[in-house]
Design a protein around this ligand. Structure first.
Ligand code: SF4
Length: 431
């Protein structure tokens, strides 16, 4: 139960608003304020509302719930993305990152290069590497396990956040192991957590439209639950703004919440806007009725409703600076979100799809943004343990990554797909 007296002025403004808007919307928001779980149909009403004062009220409720649940800290992680190959057997309609193995732009980073990138990140203060990639046609199923082993051998302290449920399913298949055996082997090799990507919208009819051949809902759910049972936590995500309806988004959130009630294995929820510019299903008109990503209002509602629906179960709602840009991040951190994600260093997947917000942020840039909205920056690890609270005394703190002026030393995605050195060949080990 939330104390409505918290927040004084803002709460009286909210109370006035709740009395002036549609009683159905006000009723749903009041239930959320009272600490009740909002149901699918109710969330659907929230997604459907279009009056400005109703969206404002929703945002205020989400912000109030965030403040009560996690306070004024805004967290971030110092990490590096390593998308070690873009060669993939699948053709997901939204994916502009993947290449067929015969295409010129196919690349593959050898294990030594993956380790070198992880070591470089570690020296610059990273606590996590986030590893995801395409599914190579004849991939050696031991590759993912060997990557974990090699990184841990070189950097025992590094947290490995890697391999979506789609990759785990494929790795297990290629290795001739059950998913359970494969997850255990990955954990033994040093895997710390998995990204809850490959979720898009967890409604089969939507998946069949935008990415036939993608991992089925039932397999995604069973792999995530299995990972959680084995002590491997994961994030959770949604990719929206394409063909889905309000009901689909509400069902997706409810499914994530149901899994969390059972396993408690999700660390966070990350709304991901569909980046349409280079996505094949948009660019070549492959899917009828596909939208050009979500509108600003849809993004705002998505983050607020995620907070409202998940607040009792998943404390952390992350904003994706890569997809939304920094101005929108400021808005979303006042609309239910409390986490800025990572420094990334080598963001590739959204960049390939046409996102134009850069491939890395320095920790000091993240902290400045958080301070700029009057909140407290907190460096966290992957599992949301606080590593450093920047409560004012450390304003001039510099991380090693803050001192890197020339980010071209990390290489860009557009360079990578042209480099001869890492060009994909079928003769490569593991390929
Ligand atoms: S989203 Fe993943 S599985 Fe689908 S085509 Fe892209 S890289 Fe391949």
């Amino acid at each position: 139960m939330i104390d409505r007296s918290i927040g004084g002025a803002i709460d009286s403004a909210l109370d006035r608003m709740l009395h002036s808007i549609d009683p159905v919307i006000a009723g749903v928001l009041n239930r959320a304020i009272d600490g009740k779980d909002v149901e699918v149909e109710e969330a659907c009403e929230l997604f459907e509302c279009s009056r400005e004062d109703e969206v404002d009220a929703m945002v205020m409720v989400a912000d109030m719930l965030r403040r009560t649940r996690v306070g004024d800290h805004v967290t971030y992680v110092v990490n590096r993305n390593i998308n070690f190959t873009n060669v993939c057997i699948k053709r997901c309609g939204f994916c502009a990152f993947s290449r067929d193995f015969r295409e010129d732009e196919g690349y593959l980073l050898p294990v030594e290069e993956i380790v070198r990138r992880a070591e470089e990140a570690y020296r610059l203060g990273a606590t996590e590497v986030c590893i995801q990639a395409g599914l190579m046609p004849r991939m050696d199923g031991m590759l993912y396990i060997d990557i974990c082993r090699a990184i841990k051998r070189a950097i025992p302290d590094m947290h490995i956040h890697a391999f979506s449920p789609e990759e785990i399913k494929y790795g297990a298949l290629r290795a001739g192991m059950s998913v359970e055996e494969y997850l255990k082997a990955l954990k033994d090799a040093g895997l710390g957590s998995i990204p809850g990507t490959a979720a898009e919208i967890l409604v089969q009819e939507v998946r069949d439209t935008i990415s036939p051949g993608r991992i089925k809902v039932r397999d995604w759910v069973s792999i995530v639950k299995m990972a959680h049972r084995l002590g491997i936590p994961s994030t959770s995500t949604i990719m929206y703004g394409h063909v889905e309806s309000s009901m689909h988004k509400a069902m997706h959130l409810a499914l994530i919440r149901d899994i969390q009630r059972e396993t408690h294995g999700f660390t966070e929820f990350v709304p991901l806007s569909f980046v349409y510019r280079e996505a094949p299903m948009y660019r070549y008109g492959l899917v009828k009725g596909v939208r050009a990503g979500p509108s600003r209002d849809e993004v705002l509602k998505m983050h607020s409703i995620a907070r409202i629906m998940l607040n009792n179960h998943i404390p952390n709602i992350q904003v994706s600076w890569v997809k939304e840009g920094l101005d929108m991040c400021r808005v979303l951190l006042n609309a239910g979100a409390n986490d800025m994600g990572g420094t990334l260093i080598n963001e590739s997947i959204s960049t390939a799809a046409g996102a134009m917000n850069g491939q890395m942020l320095r920790p000091r840039e993240i902290r400045a943004l958080i301070r700029g909205i009057g909140r407290v920056p907190v460096q966290r690890d992957t599992l949301y343990r606080r590593l450093r609270v920047f409560d004012g005394k450390e304003e001039h703190h510099q991380d090693p990554l803050d001192t890197v002026e020339d980010t071209s030393i990390f290489g860009s995605y557009h360079e990578l797909i042209r480099l001869d050195r890492f060009k994909y060949k079928r003769s490569h080990p593991y390929s």
